[in-house]
Design a protein around this ligand. Sequence first.
Ligand code: TRP
Length: 450
Amino acid sequence: MKINGNGNRGNWGSRMGFILAASGSAIGLGNVWKFPYITGQNGGGAFVLVYLVCAIIIGLPIMLAEFTIGRNTFRNPVGAINSLRPNSPWVVVGFMGVLAGFLILSFYGVVGGWTIAYIVKSLGSNIAHFETPEKAGEFFGTFISNSSEIVVYHLAFMAICIGIVIRGIDKGIEKACNILMPALLVMLVLLMIRSLTLPGAFEGVKFYLAPDFSKITPEVVLIALGQAFFSLSLGMGCMITYGSYLSPKEDLATSALFVVIFDTMIALLVGMVIFPAVFAMGLEPAEGPSLVFSVLPAVFTQIPMGGFVAILFFILLTIAAITSGISLLEVVVAYFVDEKGWSRKKAVLFSSSIIFAFGVPSGLSFGSMSDVTWFGMTFFENVDNIASNYLLPIGGMLTAIFIGWVWSPLEAKKEIERHGGTFRFAGAWEFLIRYVSPIAVAIVFLAKIF
Ligand code: TRP
């Protein structure tokens, strides 16, 4: 269907489908795995508050910017920038995005594999039998160092993403998200009820929601901003790509607002599952990256119906990871389809095989390759560091500068209003995108280097 000169690249079937898919991209391991543990490490409520400010003031304007570039050009990030400013050095920003998609998916797929493994292990009731988090931690450590098991689950995760993306936009990605996102929400609500009805749960709610402003330091602000980028899937053209399949009759500004609200809401709800349970069981909220894989299994061991809760939780985590993984793959696929004229099938099979192969050393980074390090970091940590701490913030900053100063906010506003409405916050948006976002991200980025 050629509704917008989009050729045969594919289109979203409905606005709700698009919003669910974009929310599916945003809602991922970043919300369910990372957000709780960095909130735990950075003082609870105060961190949540700073995060909200970052998501609204910086995340939302950049999300809208990416949607706008995508829908105006119907292209992947490289093609989009090329068509707005042909033969300019800005195309590098597009390439950085495609590269970031490649790199992030290579290690994201490894963690996605862990989540599938934990579903399988909780079905075999192997997960909810740890007396202490240390024992659960040991179990996790043994598991992630088992090379063959890791590679198999990593492959399983990639195979699911391939199976979805190869079916295209409306029949693949949109359809999967239409089923998976509501399922995720239902599981989340069930888990929250379980968690909040545990005796002692209120201590966790207090830790999570009562801000202690003495905890807000410049460091906390930086971490919150970086998290906002990662969690909202910004800075690498993922939302450019998703926006490129959108029809001109849809309202971009409202869609961006919905996606930011959904992503934030889910992150907050996940916290309402994890902290009440962790506090009710008298465990440590500041445990770090192993919070979900070792503290929670210890929690599941102690609570009534824990075995079932464990299954539910890891299915939820896997769903979140899949709907994000497919969005990362789609960026790379769209590049080959648009720029090289490949069929979707060829683009999916080619890019996912290389991404998988490149991810294998990341998968082995906790076992047989744990001694292979550069700059004091394992392969996994290096790839994560380059993509998340460099490519994303620089990409986000350059996207904001590109739309605010190079392409024009006026042209962008026309695109935003193409559905026939008026964009009432155009003035505020222009100010945020021209000044606030680039400066804020530059500060984060510089602080990461020094
Ligand atoms: N936002 C996802 C999460 O929270 C991860 C993700 C998907 C992502 N696509 C992205 C992160 C693009 C950065 C850029 O897990």
